[in-house]
Design a binder for this molecule. Structure first.
Ligand code: NAI
Length: 694
């Protein structure tokens, strides 16, 4: 049973006991109802205390029941709250640590609330594109006042219980043992008699409620461009203010039902669960033992190595940073210092912390200093020969059981592993630039990488606050392999009739952080050029527009050369459409006998996104990614894919794979057909009316 029932001095104590956070799953809900009923039936019981065991009062809905019939099975949370609120004997909610979402709504249904300091109080539903659907939008304003409640509901952010001490939410703050004080309080109110106070009966007191609600709407509207939930939260609260509790509750229900159906909420929930699911690897059980990681080595103090080192020292792990030359080491350290100094300037770090962090780095030119490292991450030049030197050296000096990771973005991790006599200890840790900022970490699983190495790296990723996604070995892994198809389409569209600014504008309007051409200018057009040159050798049949090569031949490598697809002014990152480049593009089409046509923004978006989808489907077919949500997490956290669309694979599900496949066939007939052979997975799922995530 997820609820314990005991009595103490004439008080029934109902303890939620559903670790880790007393989620309000079916058996918890049932247990609360049964407990309240048992207390009614027992004449010796004068009042009831509702409390949570372990780490929370209650964290709200039980996420393991999401999307299962149990989530809506009676007694629902509505019923539970009704039972609590209409109990003939007073119910005292005793709150510690966490009262969130449904947990807080449950507490608001009690007649009294007593809380310890340090408890996080929140209605975070808005973060999943929803609103509190069990009376939260109605009771919280009546408990803490309109302004505080609206802030909490619209932001979803937690507020500490002590901050709410005087707000009317709590009848008492517990100074000592919460249960002792709650029982004492319950005895007092149990002896009082008379009508029991209900939050629902309170008035919402505000000198100008309508004015404030309008103000809130004005504030939220621009921020809520792609997210309908915050405004619906305001609608529900406003209804309660204007129409009273019961009608407010009905509006809350309507708004909740409307939000559940929105693609935006689906996307946010997908991302929330996708993040958790990514850390689970199908054939690596969650109880796989992990290796201890206490000391880290980083090889190469360049762009990536420096950022990678920062991740570890930010998490308090000492790092030995190795370079071949003192100058390179000094340069790398200076860059790290500069990064921290800019954080100090922005007030995000104290000068003291800066020194503390830097003190965690031991710079070295000698491999001997790596002999104690539990994990060594290599970030040297992207050449197999250099990787070979490094890994065979590591094989000699690293201690037994040390994890040897490569940050390579294009090389074969299995080949790198074969430079050692311990391929089971070798893994890819593909960070994204800037490595100290970007959330994504692709964990590349080699053919021989051992399960405990994977489990360790996934756990470590959490510690350094990365979203880790496992990828099999293939060229480009998940993210870059897909982006290549997206970029190919972008280039085809230039020769067919579009210009860089139009392509970027269309996809940015769709919600991407940055269109393909601004992105290439930022990353350096020479990088793509190098990859294409390799492709022309490896896959001579693969069609590629040569239009970007033409650009590179003129030395326009992007922001770093002051010119790329766009023009740049010194000291300014703003991209200005370039007359020279646009003329070059038009000329290129002419030379190649391509009649330029107007390409609609819808076509631009469809071709770019579906190129990702089709490659994603192949990645699933080949088992490079183990689930569609992993691909979506890569795109949401590493490539600026719009969060409200949930990633390319979920987006495909949203339009429906039948339509996805039809669009692919249309483009196959129209142009550059080789890119548009629908992956077998797409055809299969379309035929079954299923989606990647169903
Ligand atoms: P970088 O050129 O900025 O830094 C490489 C550093 O390694 C240099 O400081 C160099 O002195 C040092 N180095 C070279 N050979 C060495 C050796 N034998 N021993 C010790 N140090 C050595 O290069 P970057 O951009 O940091 O790339 C490093 C690795 O990270 C490459 O494998 C690259 O493919 C990968 N990567 C790069 C990304 C990027 O956006 N720059 C993104 C993800 C991965």
């Amino acid at each position: 049973m997820a609820v314990d029932y005991t009595t103490r001095d004439g008080i029934a104590v109902i303890t939620l006991n559903n670790p880790p956070v007393n989620g309000l799953g079916f058996s918890t809900r049932l247990g609360i109802v049964e407990g309240v009923e048992k207390a009614q039936a027992d004449a010796s019981v004068k009042a009831i205390v509702l409390i949570g065991a372990g780490k929370a009062f209650s964290g709200g809905a039980d996420i393991t029941e999401f999307n299962t019939p149990k989530a809506t099975q009676e007694p629902t949370l509505h019923t539970v709250i009704k039972v609590v609120e209409s109990s003939a004997k007073p119910v005292v909610a005793a709150i510690h640590s966490v009262a969130m979402g449904g947990g807080l709504e449950l507490a608001l249904g009690a007649h009294y609330r007593i809380a310890s300091a340090g408890a996080q109080i929140a209605l975070p539903e808005v973060k999943l594109g929803l609103l509190p659907g069990a009376g939260g939008t109605q009771r919280l304003p009546r408990a803490v006042g309109l302004e505080t409640a609206l802030n909490m509901i619209v932001s979803g952010a937690p507020v500490m219980s002590e901050k709410l001490a005087g707000s009317g939410l709590f009848d008492q703050m517990a100074e000592g043992d919460l249960l002792d004080e709650a029982v004492k309080f319950a005895k007092k109110v149990g002896a009082q008699g008379g009508a029991l106070p209900k939050v629902r009966d309170r008035k919402i007191d505000h000198p100008n409620a309508e004015g404030f609600i309008q103000f809130a709407r004005n504030m939220v509207t621009p921020m809520a461009k792609n997210f309908p939930a915050p405004l619906k939260c305001i609608d529900a609260v406003a209804a309660g203010v204007k129409l009273g509790f019961d009608q407010g509750l009905a509006v809350e229900r309507e708004c909740f039902m409307a939000l559940v159906q929105t693609p935006e909420s689906r996307a946010l929930r997908h991302a929330f669960f996708g993040e958790r699911a990514a850390s689970k690897i199908p054939d690596v059980p969650s109880n796989t033992p992990v290796r201890k990681i206490e000391r880290v080595g980083v090889i190469g103090a360049g762009t990536m190595g420096g950022g990678i080192a920062m991740n570890f020292i930010n998490a308090g792990l000492p790092v030995t940073l190795l370079e071949t030359k003192q100058e390179a080491l000094d340069r790398g350290l200076a860059t790290i210092r500069k990064n921290y100094e800019s954080a100090v300037k922005k007030g995000r770090l104290t000068a003291e912390k800066l020194e503390e962090r830097l003190a965690l780095i031991t710079p070295t030119l000698s491999y001997d200093d790596l002999k104690d490292a539990d994990l060594i991450v290599e970030a040297v030049f992207e050449e197999l020969g250099v990787k070979e030197q490094v890994f065979s050296k590591l094989d000699q000096v690293a201690k037994k059981g040390a994890i040897l990771a490569s940050n390579t973005s294009t090389l074969d991790v299995d080949k790198i592993a074969a430079f050692t006599r311990r391929p089971e200890d070798v893994v890819g840790m593909h960070f994204f630039s800037p490595a100290n900022v970007m959330k994504l970490l692709e964990v590349v699983r080699g053919a021989k990488t051992s399960k405990d190495v994977l489990a360790t790296v996934m756990q470590l990723a959490r510690k350094i606050r990365k979203t880790a996604v496992v990828s099999g070995v293939c060229d480009g892994f998940i993210g870059n392999r897909m982006i290549e198809q997206y970029l190919r389409q972008a280039l085809f569209m230039l020769e067919e009739g579009a210009l860089p600014a139009q392509v970027d504008r269309a996809i940015e309007k769709f919600g991407f952080a940055m269109g393909p051409f601004r992105m290439s200018d930022l990353a350096g057009n020479d990088i793509g050029w190098a990859i294409r040159k390799r492709r022309y050798q490896e896959k001579p049949d693969l069609k590629y527009s040569k239009i970007a090569d033409r650009l590179c031949e003129t030395g326009r490598f992007g922001q770093k050369t002051g010119a790329g697809w766009y023009d740049y002014k010194a000291g300014d990152r703003a991209a200005h459409p370039s007359k020279i480049v646009d003329e070059m593009i038009v000329g290129y089409s002419k030379e190649h006998g391509i009649e330029r046509r107007k390409i609609a923004d819808e076509e631009i978006v469809e071709r770019l996104v579906l190129a990702l989808v089709n490659e994603g489907a192949l990645i699933l077919e080949e088992g490079i990614a183990s689930k569609a949500s992993d691909i979506d997490m890569v795109y949401l956290t590493g490539y600026g894919f719009p969060l409200h669309r949930g990633g390319p694979m979920l987006y495909a599900d949203t339009i429906g794979l039948y339509n996805v496949e039809r669009a692919m066939r249309k483009y196959a007939a129209q142009t550059n057909g080789d890119a548009w052979k629908p992956a077998a997975r797409v055809t299969e799922l379309a035929a079954q009316s299923r989606g990647f995530n169903s």
